[in-house]
Design a protein around this ligand. Sequence first.
Ligand code: ADP
Length: 452
Amino acid sequence: MFSKVLIANRGEIALRIIRACRELGIRTVAVFSEVDRDSLHVRFADEAICIGQAPSSSSYLNIPAIISAAEIADVEAIHPGYGFLAENPHFAEICESCKITFIGPTPENMRLMGDKMTARSMMHKAGLPIVPGSTSIIRSKEEALKTAKSIGYPVIIKAAAGGGGKGMRVCHNDLTLISSLMTAQAEADANFGNPDVYIEKYIEKTRHIEIQILADKYGHMIHLGERDCSIQRRHQKLLEESPSVAINNKLRRRIGEMALRGSKSVNYVSAGTIEFLLDENNNFYFMEMNTRIQVEHPVTEMVSGVDLIKSQIRIASGERIRLHQDDIQLRGSSIECRINAEDFQNNFMPSPGKIESLILPGGPGIRVDTHIYPGYEISPYYDSLVAKLISYANTRDEAIKVMQRGLSEFHIAPIKTTIPFHLRLMEHPLFLKGEVSTHFVQEMLKEKGGEE
Ligand code: ADP
């Protein structure tokens, strides 16, 4: 096992990793930007090193500064968290060449799955059902029209290097397809430094179902069931739960086997997530693989009893996964609400600023993963996630009750958050019945004359 690990991240995930390390008896080194000097990850780590100015490009994405910090602190490994450098194969290679273990998949895994087109064709070859769509990058209007004609409208244009719900456009006819193509390419270039786009059939009335897998360096792999992430706004997740009401044991076994088959085909190592779309007739289609720990990993931890961050660290240090698929028994129900510093009443506008007063929820069945405290200044430089409120109970109905209680106890002022959104969601009859699709939030917001 490692004796010292550097955490190349900030916010709640940096704290989550520090906590896992502490329980494993590993010393921790935090890195921080100038505006994060007073952050909890800096306070909780054994050592902390400033790596640059506030913009991510100068700090959390600054590879030379992070590698120098790792060398100065003499760490054996780096945990990248999610976002920033977590899915950057180049960074993982540099770590390797400096004899520092990257806690995550191999650079090859990241490279193959990081390009969504390559991932689609690899998974197709491995026998996974994929969403009908283009088999190569779309370079011209003619190619786009031809693909749309062969699969039928609606279609979705997606960035090959995409992520975070950005750069996607749904098109319902030739006219919108042509006008969206160029904007999608420009957006992809601006956001991901790569203008490549491809086209897929847009599946309406769909659920986002993802399977968590764990794989060691010796080819042993297990899956830890699914997360239902259908509660999204503008393709970005707002709430996740495990298990999904839409998945029975038989379907879980089938999708789980597919996820493992896909991961084995690329010799995957570490924690990873295979995302699928599930249609109304229980057909599922591979969408993409995320080669990192996900924001929503806690719901899987709650129902499986497996600590995913510790598992990543153990796997990276060369330990074997001792669990077998039959050992994984999912128990109870868990929900995660993303509490973002966004004004729900005002079209989810960012609401950065200083937290003057704060009361965190607690009690049975509540877990709060957060880095905020009274007096903490939410910086406009980074993402708006301020806390993850996770509930756990024997049944979904009870987990919803626990979540309602937790949300009503949660007090943050004066910044605005998504708590009122989640409270409204927790009372919605369709959400209570579990009858949701990825369109649900848009429809719910329309009901009261809201946005969209
Ligand atoms: P990102 O990597 O940016 O998160 P994903 O490929 O994971 O992008 O897609 C994000 C969301 O966009 C999905 O959860 C789903 O709601 C929607 N989506 C993506 N592809 C399709 C599709 N072919 N049909 C319907 N919805 C889709």
